[in-house]
Design a protein around this ligand. Structure first.
Ligand SMILES: [Zn+2]
Length: 227
């Protein structure tokens, strides 16, 4: 197993691992961690399946997922988080191997649930998520992936398939020294105009990757052309 590098600003302080657990009627193992990062303790939950030691030629499928109460619990159609959660688990099940690391404290791009709700008011007035957080004087993206990276090292997961469209997440994983053998896109199909606007803003303002590449004009129509 590759050890956690000293440069990673997170360390696991407690864990309870490999509890058999059903989610969406699929069989997983459930693992829970407390991870210290920059003086704070973060709780992380993992759903995993299969032999994580068998890297294979494509790497082990991994999803690092930021919690989203509004879509995942309340079914809000404002964002694609609930869809991405289910899509990632479906992919892991189809591969019969992989891990979803769920980060419940990454609500509102790491700005917290309260600020996320405040951002909805600005978004209802026409702002994008990114502009709404900036309008509240907050970072456009305040997420910290160090706790998730510590968990990847804990399981020896250093050659992976990463399920994401987000270049910031790809960069954080690569900077930690974890090899992404393959990226698995996670693109929701929708005709909901509000949701399309949200998805397009992720491509335009955060450079989210559509089919492996993104320029402004391409991203402007990418989600729409994907329906
Ligand atoms: Zn969401």
């Amino acid at each position: 197993m590759k050890m956690i590098p000293d440069s990673l600003s997170a360390r696991i302080t407690d864990e309870d691992t490999y509890l058999p657990f059903k989610a969406f009627n699929w069989d997983f193992d459930l693992s829970a961690f407390q991870v210290e990062s920059q003086g704070l303790i973060y709780e992380c939950i993992c759903l995993h399946r299969g032999n994580l030691r068998d890297v294979g030629e494509n790497g082990v499928p991994i999803r690092i997922h930021s919690g989203c109460l509004t879509s995942e619990v309340f079914g809000s159609p404002r964002c694609d988080c609930a869809w991405q959660l289910k899509h990632s688990l479906e992919y892991i099940v189809s591969f019969d191997q992989g891990m979803l690391i769920y980060l419940p404290w990454q609500e509102g791009r790491g700005n917290g649930l309260f600020e996320k709700v405040r951002s909805f008011r600005l978004m209802n007035a026409g702002m994008t998520t990114s502009d709404a957080f900036a309008g509240l004087g907050l970072p456009r993206d305040n997420r910290d992936y160090a706790p998730a990276l510590a968990i990847l090292f804990r399981f020896g997961l250093t050659r992976i398939q990463l399920i994401t469209n987000n270049p910031a997440k790809i960069n954080a994983v690569r900077m930690a020294g974890i090899e992404i053998i393959k990226r698995i896109p996670s693109i929701m199909q929708t005709r909901d105009s509000h949701l399309l606007r949200y998805l397009n803003s992720k491509a335009l303002q955060f450079g989210h990757l559509i089919d492996g590449g993104c320029n402004e004009e391409f991203c402007r129509s990418a989600y729409i052309s994907n329906i």
